[in-house]
Design a protein around this ligand. Structure first.
Ligand SMILES: Nc1ncnc2c1ncn2[C@@H]1O[C@H](COP(=O)(O)OP(=O)(O)OP(=O)(O)O)[C@@H](O)[C@H]1O
Ligand SMILES: [Mg+2]
Length: 260
């Protein structure tokens, strides 16, 4: 593998819907092994950017390469695991076990007619073990807690053995202790399994020690190569808006005059 080719190479990317500019002239590169956090206000365009990286939305202008290939030529989608926003809010009567859900991630890699080999079973079990849900494999997914569902959705994404994992605010309805445990699991995937992580979150203070870079998306992109520095009250409030005080309070317990 050539480590110098970015996994995502985005140049001058813009996206407009009718008259509305949603994203304007975004340029960024994401490399193998990084742990990127993406923050920004509601409606700032974070999910839209991710949808473009995944080929689900076409940019109005600009260039996008995945693993060194133009997106129109890129076929190895199994290299990218994706957990969408609100993925863990499953219908309570959804008729599938935890294991069924995680297996679906494997089927996505090889297709439904490929058959399930011993290796596939092993990979599915590994994904459940890594997300600490192996003991829940026979449980109906509708009966799980928010944190357990969250980990099931990530295990499903891991079952395709991805090189990069993209998570769009996966914490909806999850309590603080489960969240912290979840952040530890993500950090482990990044450090030990060398999986590149792109994590959209509003909870940046908690993961500031783990991430390598921080992107703020608010129509434009602001890239910070030293996330800990950006977490000062002043910077965060400029970049992110008033919510930044709550977030930076998490870590710094700051006592500035501007509401911190
Ligand atoms: N398919 C669509 N049709 C109309 N408007 C859209 C569509 N997709 C996105 N938008 C608009 O684009 C803007 C950015 O939305 P997006 O979901 O990317 O924001 P976000 O940063 O992910 O917000 P949040 O933090 O609330 O998840 C919003 O104003 C949204 O209303
Ligand atoms: Mg969003």
């Amino acid at each position: 593998m050539n480590f110098k080719i970015p996994i995502f190479d985005v140049k001058n990317l813009s996206f407009a819907l009718r008259e509305n500019t949603i994203l304007s002239n975004i340029s960024l590169e994401i490399f193998h092994g990084e742990y990127i956090a993406i923050i920004g206000p509601n409606g700032g365009g974070k999910t839209t950017l991710i949808r473009m990286l995944l080929g689900l939305e076409k940019p109005t202008s600009g260039e996008l390469k995945l693993f060194g290939k133009r997106i129109s030529k890129f076929k190895e989608w199994h290299k990218i695991g994706f957990v969408p926003q609100r993925a863990s809010l499953v219908d309570e009567n959804f008729p599938a076990t935890v294991q069924d859900i995680v297996k679906m991630g494997r089927i996505a890699k090889y297709g439904i007619f490929a058959g399930f080999s011993k290796k596939d079973t092993q990979v599915v079990e590994d994904a459940m073990r890594k997300m600490d849900i192996l003991h829940l494999k026979g449980k109906m997914v509708g009966t799980l807690s928010g944190g357990q569902r969250q980990r099931t959705m990530i295990a499903r994404a891991l079952a395709s053995s991805p090189e990069v994992l993209i998570l769009d605010e996966p914490n909806t309805g999850v309590d603080m202790i489960s969240q912290r445990r979840f952040y530890k699991l993500l950090s482990k995937l990044n450090k030990e399994e060398k999986i590149t992580i792109i994590f959209i979150t509003h909870d940046i203070g908690v993961i500031a020690d783990d991430i390598t870079r921080l992107f703020t998306i608010n129509q434009k992109a602001t890239i910070c190569n030293n996330p800990k520095e950006t977490l000062s009250c002043e910077d965060m409030s400029i970049l992110y808006g008033i919510d930044a005080h709550l977030i930076s309070n998490h870590k710094h317990n700051c006592s500035g005059e501007n509401g911190c």
